[in-house]
Write a protein that binds this ligand. Structure first.
Ligand code: ZN
Length: 291
């Protein structure tokens, strides 16, 4: 049986950060891989690190750069087909951009779902991946990607296995400690050099939102070892230079990156094959030949 993996992501770069490993891993195993990217990513950083609310931020210039970056990332990950739905980035929750009629957040769910369903009818993926109802971290475009994908599954005549990406609470706690240590070290280094330390700034998320990003370890139902392909994942993230240049992850050595990013976790949201327990393969139950 030919196997197909379909991921529905919100922005260019999400394919690399949360599924870069599984995309490359499954491609290496001969699985057909398809990426749907819902938005153009207008409200990412502009080249030179210009933030989206800066008056010099030009959303259209950002799209031009990010479209190229997505193509390069997809090439590195060996993605067979990329479909850009072309909706406008909605910005972060509560930004006025949320209500732009072209914004993904303002798009009727059925309209976008029908487009995703058409791709599913065409590709018939056994495994579909998107985010949970919280959009993994509360971004409106990620929440909308969830709603659209769940609705699309109701519009097709078969039931694939749907997975949501996840970070186990135990890993989240380790990552938080690492982030905090690094921030502390950077402040200490600034002070040692006689520089004014960077102000800590407003946190992006409320503590409740941050807690919701994690998944209780016991609820994680797929743990995928992607250590064999972390170089491709690193390169795909680096291909999104306008968003990831100098990022926490890319400042790591490749060895550290492999250690930190060598596992991808998922929660099974539909279970047509009646799988139980935690699997090590998103295609568990679908394989007829050993690989
Ligand atoms: Zn995103």
């Amino acid at each position: 049986m030919s196997l197909t993996f379909l991921a529905v992501h919100a922005h260019p770069d999400d394919e690399a950060s949360s599924t870069g490993g599984v995309f490359r891993l499954y491609k290496n195993q001969g699985v057909r891989t398809v990426l749907v990217t819902c938005t153009n990513g207008e409200y990412g950083d502009a080249p030179g690190g210009i933030k989206p609310l800066d008056p010099h931020h030009d959303p259209e210039a950002v799209v031009a750069v990010r479209t190229e970056e997505l193509a390069r990332s997809a090439e590195i990950l060996g993605i067979d087909r990329v479909v850009r739905l072309g909706y406008r980035d909605s910005g972060m929750m509560r930004w006025p951009q949320n209500s732009d009629p072209k914004a993904f957040w303002s798009t009727p769910i059925d309209e976008a779902a029908e487009r995703v369903a058409a791709i599913m009818r065409d590709e018939r993926p056994q495994v579909v991946m998107t985010y949970n109802e919280f959009g993994f971290y509360g971004h409106p475009d990620h929440i909308q990607a969830h709603r659209v994908t769940v609705r699309a599954l109701e519009l097709v005549d078969y039931e694939p296995t749907l997975y949501f990406n996840a970070i186990p609470d135990s890993v989240m706690a380790m990552m938080r400690e690492r982030f905090e240590n690094e921030a502390r070290e950077m402040r200490a280094a600034d002070i040692a050099q006689g520089l004014e330390p960077e102000p800590e700034g407003e946190p992006d998320m409320t503590p409740e939102e941050e807690i919701r990003m994690g998944t209780p370890d016991a609820l994680v139902s797929a743990t995928i070892d992607v250590r064999s392909v972390t170089d491709a994942k690193y390169d795909a993230l680096a291909a999104h230079a306008s968003q990831t240049d100098g990022s926490f992850w890319l400042r790591m050595s490749r060895e550290e990156f492999a250690e930190a990013m060598g596992t991808e976790w998922f929660v099974r949201a539909t279970n047509p094959l009646g799988l139980t327990g935690t699997v090590g393969d998103l295609f568990a139950g679908y394989r007829t030949d050993p690989f």
